[in-house]
Structures are given as C-alpha cells and as structure tokens.
Design a protein. Structure first.
Length: 249
C-alpha cells in the first residue's frame, strides 16, 4: 500500500496526546475504580450491593447517552460529570453534592498518572516516523501533567518542551485555529507541510482542516482498516489504531 503522505511534501506531524498517544480512557477507568473502592465498603447496605465496577459502567453509560444526544444542552464538562456521577451513585445512601463531585474527580485525577499507559505500537511507530519527520504535540490538556506523562513514558526524545503546544491562561483550545497557527509558527512550518493526528473528529480533524492542514483520524470503529475523506480541499485519512500510521506516512 502506497503511503498517503511523504517527507517530500510533509515536514511536521502534530499529535494529540490524550486518547491518541496515551490511553487516557484506561487511566480514568482504573483511577475511578480505585477511588470508588475507597468508599464502597462504607456505603454498602444490605439492600445495595453495587460494586465499583458497576458504578463505573453506570457512569460511562450515562456519559455516553448524553454525548450521543443529537441536540446537546449547553452544559459544561464539569456539570456533565456531576449529572453522571449522581446517576452512578444513586443506589448509595448519600448526597452527591457539587463539592463531593469536585473532590471525587480531583482524587481520580491524582491517581490517573499511576495508571498512565501508551497505546500498542506507539514507541515503534514514533521511532520510524521521527527518521523522516519532525514530531510535535498539540493538546488541550494541562501542560505540567502532559510533561510528567511524557517523562514517565520516556517520550521526551521525540517531544521536548519546545514541541509541546497546549492552552495557556484560558487561551484558545482546539478546535480554535489559533492554537494550530501558533504551533505551526513555532515549528517554522506551513499548514500545507504539516499533518495533524488525533482521535477527536471535531477538535483534531476539523480544527486542523480549518487551518489548512491535512489530518489523520484515529477511529477504532472505522469499517475499513484505512480509508480517506475530504474536508473541503483537506485530506483526512482514517485509521483504526496508532500503529497503522506507518502505512499512512
């Protein structure tokens, strides 16, 4: 299979971080279960034997239901977390206040780094791509946390601090074009010479295309192993997994 991009035309590959390079969903699940297990024993009653795993599944099901609603109500992620946690913990004899929700998810965030993991094939794929392209990251995540994750996963040889672009001081977030434009300027490259790789159609693919960049969408549910779409003039390649990027470039 011929690659869709080549080093004669592309110079820089930008990556999303969470759920593209890092399996953040698995981190969240493991941290959620650990925090839940700290409370489960004290909340259990003879009438309610809900396990931490069942609470997690209930939370994720409620989250998914809200996210799939065709017309989404204008609520923030924090509000949605609160709504979903109320649903998940309903069987337990306690009041889930906004303060409790904030504390609960603060504990999850503290524990998530203990479970941080890469998707299969990330290191080998980055090693191959780095031979012909410059690599960088554009993320909406917290910069300090991302730097810790990069160090823990030993990825700093490919992504040093100068190649990590994040939202600062409540500035523009993906899909806003400004964060992409700043990254392009700092990497001294043009949009046409760059490709964005990410798992979010809206934030990574549409955001990059609005700046004039081609993109690769990592979409595990894609029917074909590799397929191609267009957003205006911009090329979008769809793959199922990170390690399939070696067939794209």
């Amino acid at each position: 299979m011929s690659p869709f991009f080549s080093p004669t035309r592309k110079k820089v590959i930008f990556f999303d971080m969470n759920n593209t390079i890092l399996d953040r969903r698995q981190c969240f699940d493991s941290a959620f279960l650990e925090v839940m297990q700290d409370f489960t024993a004290r909340w259990e009653t003879e009438d309610s034997k809900l396990t931490a795993q069942e609470a997690l599944l209930s939370y994720k099901s409620e989250w998914s239901r809200h996210r799939k609603t065709p017309i989404r109500s204008p609520i923030s992620p924090d509000e949605l977390r609160h709504i979903c946690l109320i649903k998940a913990l309903h069987p337990f004899p306690m009041q889930v206040s906004t303060a409790f929700t904030r504390s609960f998810f603060n504990q999850i965030e503290e524990k998530e780094d203990n479970f941080v993991a890469l998707f299969p094939g990330v290191e080998d794929t980055l090693e191959l791509l780095a031979r012909q392209y410059k690599l960088a990251i554009i993320s909406n995540g917290n910069r300090n946390r991302l730097q810790r994750n990069l160090e823990k996963m030993k990825l700093t040889s490919w992504f040093d601090q100068e190649r990590l672009f994040t939202t600062e001081n409540d500035g523009p977030r993906k899909p806003h074009p400004a964060i992409f434009e700043q990254a392009l300027k700092s990497m001294n490259t043009a949009a046409g010479q760059s490709v964005m790789v990410g798992n979010s159609w809206r934030n990574d693919v549409v955001g990059a295309a609005s700046t004039g960049m081609d993109a690769v969408w990592i979409h595990p549910a894609n029917i074909k192993k590799i397929s191609e779409r267009r957003i205006g003039k911009q090329k979008v390649i769809i793959v199922r997994s990170f390690k399939q990027l070696i067939y794209t470039f």
